[in-house]
Ligand binder design. Structure first.
Ligand SMILES: [Zn+2]
Length: 227
C-alpha cells in the first residue's frame, strides 16, 4: 500500500473504512504506522484502529481535499447500510459514493450478517442518490456480475451495451470503476427487483410464484451465489 501511494504520487490524509472484513481494513495498521491520519469507520463494528467511529447522520470533513485554503471543506455524509455486515456504512460526498461491499457495479455483496430485507433497504437507499453519483465499490467484479445480470435480465439493451464497454476496458487492462448510479439503476438486477422481467426470472429460478421485492431479491441473491 505504501508502494502504491508512492507510485501514484498520492498523499494519505484520511482513511474511510466501510466494514470490518480483513480485505477492507487489514492494511490500516501499516498505513497509520507510516502516517498518523484520522481513521473513520462504522461505530458498530470491531475495527481497532478507528479514531472516529461514525454512523448514520454523521459528516466526515476532510480539509486536505480543498483546492485552496479559502474553499469550503469537502464533507461526506455517512449512511448506515447494513446487510453484508451488521453495521456497514457508506460515504457520500463530492458526487462520489464509497459503498464497500454493499453495492457493486452490476451486482451487490453477499448477505453475511444481516437479512435480505436489510440488504434490499440499504441498496434502495443508495439507489436514491443522484444519477451522476460515481460509484466506488470495493471490488472489480463487474464483468462477472454483468454475465449474471444478463441471465436475469436478458432483453436489457443498456446492459448488453455495458457488457461490451466493460469487456473492452478489462481487455485493455483498465478498471471498470467507478460506475455511475444512473448506470446501476438501468442495469443492476439487485436495484431492479420490482421490474417485471426480474420478477419473472426469479420465479423461473425458484419454480414458484413470488412478487414482493424482498423475496425477489433473496431469490436472485441465492441464484447469484450458485451461478
Ligand atoms: Zn466484505
Amino acid at each position: 500500500m505504501k508502494q502504491y501511494l508512492a507510485r501514484e504520487g498520492l498523499t494519505l490524509v484520511a482513511i474511510l473504512a466501510t466494514h470490518h472484513h480483513p480485505d477492507h481494513v487489514g492494511g490500516i495498521a501499516e498505513l497509520v504506522a507510516m502516517k498518523k491520519v484520522p481513521v473513520f469507520g462504522p461505530k458498530g463494528e470491531p475495527i481497532p484502529e478507528l479514531t472516529h467511529p461514525v454512523g448514520q447522520g454523521d459528516k466526515v470533513e476532510i480539509p486536505e481535499l480543498r483546492s485552496d485554503a479559502t474553499a469550503p471543506v469537502p464533507s461526506f455524509d455517512v449512511l448506515d447500510i447494513p446487510g453484508h455486515t451488521r453495521a456497514h456504512v457508506a460515504y457520500y460526498g463530492l458526487e462520489s459514493l464509497f459503498c464497500g461491499d454493499t453495492l457493486f457495479a452490476c451486482g451487490c455483496g453477499r448477505v453475511f450478517e444481516g437479512t435480505a430485507q436489510q440488504m434490499l433497504d440499504s441498496l434502495t437507499k443508495l439507489a436514491a442518490l443522484p444519477d451522476a453519483t460515481r460509484v466506488y465499490c470495493g471490488h472489480e467484479y463487474t464483468l462477472a456480475n454483468i454475465k449474471f445480470a444478463r441471465a436475469v435480465d436478458p432483453g436489457n439493451s443498456v446492459l448488453a451495451a455495458r457488457e461490451e464497454k466493460v469487456a473492452k476496458l478489462r481487455a485493455a487492462g483498465l478498471p471498470s470503476l467507478p460506475s455511475t448510479l444512473g448506470e446501476e439503476r438501468a442495469t443492476n438486477p439487485f436495484l431492479r427487483c420490482a421490474e417485471p422481467v426480474v420478477i419473472e426470472s426469479a420465479n423461473k429460478y425458484l419454480g414458484s410464484r413470488i412478487g414482493d421485492p424482498v423475496s425477489v431479491f433473496a431469490a436472485i441473491r441465492e441464484w447469484k451465489n450458485r451461478f
